[in-house]
Design a protein around this ligand. Structure first.
Ligand SMILES: CC(C)(COP(=O)(O)OP(=O)(O)OC[C@H]1O[C@@H](n2cnc3c(N)ncnc32)[C@H](O)[C@@H]1OP(=O)(O)O)[C@@H](O)C(=O)NCCC(=O)NCCS
Length: 160
């Protein structure tokens, strides 16, 4: 997944095995430290690993603070509603268990698939919150959008 240029299009360079494993080790360390983070996403019927979804503290240096939701799936798992299903579960955990007042989501202005997930789970964007990611190089990874959802406004997943 992390070696696939299509999956990494809006994230940065592809990762090799060592870099990908190191990122997972960081995920585990975050989980151990604070009790939440990036969960593995599996297809319920088969147990197949298809990616991850979860919550993270917004990086230092961003023009806002808070907890953000995110997701990343292998290309073969796109287009089936899996990201939305996982995101709704993560959102419920954030509001009901962690009792967060608000959840944020960030992506590049060009990542329309990710923004569609944000809208499907009831998040909204104020263009006044758009920002340039200070950690990104000049180019398409720099202009970012910010979506928000406050506790108490989340939508229920409607099966299709
Ligand atoms: C962002 C990402 C997770 C979105 O995945 P996705 O599969 O498009 O998102 P969803 O799970 O919401 O699926 C929606 C699609 O499934 C379809 N679908 C099929 N069955 C569905 C169901 N039961 N419920 C909802 N949607 C369903 C929808 O019609 C929609 O199809 P469309 O894209 O043709 O309009 C995926 O593109 C990805 O991993 N990208 C790379 C990593 C990345 O950029 N992550 C975000 C960084 S901020």
């Amino acid at each position: 997944m992390n070696a696939d240029p299509e999956v990494r299009e809006h994230l940065g360079d592809v990762l090799n095995r060592e870099q990908s494993d190191a990122s997972v080790a960081l995920f585990q360390a975050d989980f151990d430290r604070r009790g939440y983070g990036w969960w593995a996403v599996e297809v319920q019927a088969t147990g197949e690993f298809i990616g991850f979804a979860g919550l993270d503290e917004v990086d230092d240096g961003m023009p806002f603070t808070g907890v953000e939701i995110g997701w990343r799936l292998a290309r073969s798992a796109w287009g089936r509603g899996y990201a939305t299903e996982a995101a709704l579960t993560v959102l419920a955990y954030g509001f009901d268990t962690l009792e967060l007042p608000e959840v944020l989501a960030v992506t590049t202005a060009t990542n329309l698939r990710s923004q569609a997930v944000m809208r499907r789970i009831g998040m909204t964007r104020d263009p006044a919150d758009d920002f340039d990611d200070p950690a990104a190089p000049e180019g398409p990874l720099r202009p970012n959008v910010l979506y928000r959802i406050a506790r108490g406004t989340r939508v229920r997943h409607s099966p299709r």
